[in-house]
Design a binder for this molecule. Sequence first.
Ligand code: DHB
Ligand code: FE
Length: 305
Amino acid sequence: MNELTQAQLLERVTESNRPNGNPRVQKIVARITGDLFRAIDDLDISPDEFWAGVDWLTRLGQTGQYGLITAGLGFDRLLDIRGDEADRRAGRTAGTPRAIEGPLYIPGAPLSKFEVRLDEGDTQRGELMVMEGRVVSIDGKPVAGAIVDVWHANEIGRYSHFDPDQPEYALRRRIETDAQGRYRFRSFLPPGYAIPPNSPTSELFAAIGRHGNRPAHIHFLVTAPGLRTLTTQVNVPGDTFIDDDFAFATRDGLILELEKNTPPAGYASLGVTSAFTRVPFDFVMQPAVDEDESAPQARLARAVG
Ligand code: DHB
Ligand code: FE
């Protein structure tokens, strides 16, 4: 049977999956292939359009930008919405809301106890701030020895590692909470972020008439034994894009409150000698229901492991 209708073709493509394959992967591939066959048919996608799309995907992969596209098309937030729905069904609604990791996390940042400076060097790169608070469980108990992994963009909205002009692990640190569950770090309020210009990502968003801006934000990955790993990000209030985030990641409960003109007493160990912006924030964590939930690895390591 070498003459095939579309339906027969799809059946052949799917049927040719062999019993020694991974059943879950087979099911997902069959479904997505079928959905794409249907889209090509419904939208009458021409061969030129199809191959232009394949070329774009190739360039997207070559530039490592798949994670930028997933955030901009809402997939990352979709996974959070599904996580929230599962939490509601399980009665696990307390605690700091989750928010997308984004594509720009790098594991293994330098580790300090209790406090650290993220803003190396003497130049003032923005509004000086100290963010501080505690890691607590949902019953209010402080969590000693939690690891607060923090990362944010530099003064022109770029992230180290992905930006060759910054030192390794610039603006990326891990902080271990003290006996009272406290952490604090000094940095500057980061500006917003925009997707890289002249890239496969910017091509797509220009073509669909959308901007690629994210409001100013700071990322966190908080881990502690027995508690569910918390991936979240907080927003600096007042940003133009706070209600129009390219990645749909801003959430109530994650907008910071800034205490401007805080006197420097008590902050000498962070080199703070004049009035600064204090940013209080506690991370409230759910108990883990299994070991996976408290596994300290980030997204990719969890998926691979
Ligand atoms: C993207 C960038 C970010 O800094 C982020 O937090 C989320 C998404 C992006 O380019 O898609
Ligand atoms: Fe980010």
